[in-house]
Design a protein around this ligand. Structure first.
Ligand SMILES: Cc1cc2nc3c(=O)[nH]c(=O)nc-3n(C[C@H](O)[C@H](O)[C@H](O)COP(=O)(O)OP(=O)(O)OC[C@H]3O[C@@H](n4cnc5c(N)ncnc54)[C@H](O)[C@@H]3O)c2cc1C
Length: 302
């Protein structure tokens, strides 16, 4: 039977249906809700078979086909699946999130409505020292009194800002002007619609340890919805993207040296991957250090 001749029904995934409309809390006042979805694993296969023809069925089963498509970055069948979420998130997280340009967004406007008095107050354990290695990250805890002080300051400043916001509105200042006094810890809310391929791209960046922990917790909630709607595609993504390690040309040379029985340090030297600076001090960042970190990641069991 040719594609299109078979009767079609709207795909429905029981695990995903149970998620629709359910608020999953994130951070102090945020949430993620799956509002709707279109398609599932079968929609990816259906789209792929249009290009490969009905004969594909005999060559690969559905799981094998999805894994093949993802491995070989045959992207468009994954675009046939769509997700719509309602997300409530602090403005500082929204600023990172909105950089992903391949979604459709409709955001609450504080030109029209009044911002509720809800701001993100990080738990004490999230207030940690600036990372020495990663300029965008944090590392070990700060002293408890430093963390307490930061939380107290954040509460005081945001309460003062909110009081000034309300006073400005009361005095007749336009909402679009008054809102500029609110700090980034305040919450916003949006509908966010995206196709599976671009959502997987978002997840590959925002589940990664290099992303800020506050956006990672949102990404983890989105990932659960993807897993429910397309378990096979998510498994393939987990295997071939999240769980994979890529090697540069120099890293391949270093790996060859390792396979010949050399130490990681010798392998780095063979490949021209620097581990120490000109003054002999060990490097804390750079290609050599990143290669050793990749080896460490491979040694660590999943
Ligand atoms: C850990 C981390 C740190 C970051 N730090 C910073 C920072 O310090 N400063 C900063 O400004 N940003 C920063 N970003 C944001 C980052 O540079 C990207 O803007 C963001 O991750 C969105 O990625 P994207 O463009 O691939 O995604 P999307 O916008 O979703 O695009 C998906 C893909 O579509 C294609 N695409 C979309 N639009 C275009 C276009 N106009 N032209 C060509 N191709 C396009 C690209 O292939 C792109 O990868 C950071 C991101 C991460 C994850």
């Amino acid at each position: 039977m040719a594609e299109g001749d078979a009767p079609m029904t709207r795909p429905s995934v029981p695990e995903a249906e149970r998620l629709i409309g359910v608020k999953h809390p994130v951070l102090s006042h945020g949430f993620v809700v799956l509002v709707d979805y279109m398609g599932n694993d079968a929609a990816i296969v259906q789209a792929a078979r249009v290009s490969y023809g009905p004969g594909t069925k005999t060559i690969r089963d559905d799981r094998g086909l999805i894994r093949y498509l993802l491995r070989h970055r045959h992207t468009t069948p994954f675009e046939m699946v769509e997700f719509k979420f309602l997300v409530r998130l602090p403005i500082y997280v929204a600023r990172q999130w909105i950089r992903h340009r391949t979604a459709s967004v409709n955001e609450t406007s504080y030109r029209y409505s009044i911002a509720p008095d809800e701001f993100d107050l990080p738990p004490l354990e999230s207030i940690r020292k600036q990372s020495a290695r990663n300029r965008q990250g944090r590392e070990e805890p700060v002293a408890p009194e430093v963390a307490e002080r930061f939380r107290t300051d954040l509460e005081r400043v945001t309460h003062d800002a909110y009081a000034a916001y309300l006073a400005a509105l009361e005095a007749g200042v336009a909402r679009e002007t008054a809102r500029t006094i609110l700090p980034l810890a305040y919450y916003t809310q949006w509908y966010w619609k995206i196709d599976l391929w671009n959502l997987l791209h978002f997840l590959s960046l925002r589940l990664d340890a290099h992303s800020q922990e506050e956006i990672r917790v949102y990404a983890a909630e989105l990932a659960k919805a993807v897993q429910a709607v397309c378990p096979i595609a998510y498994e393939a993504f987990d295997d071939f993207v999240l769980g994979s390690v890529s090697l540069s040309r120099k890293e391949r040379i270093a790996t060859r040296s390792l396979l010949a029985g050399n130490t990681p340090e010798k392998a780095c030297a063979d490949a021209g991957l620097p581990l120490s600076r000109e003054d002999g001090k060990p490097m804390t960042t750079g290609e050599g250090v990143e290669f050793l970190a990749k080896l460490e990641g491979i040694r660590k069991p999943d």
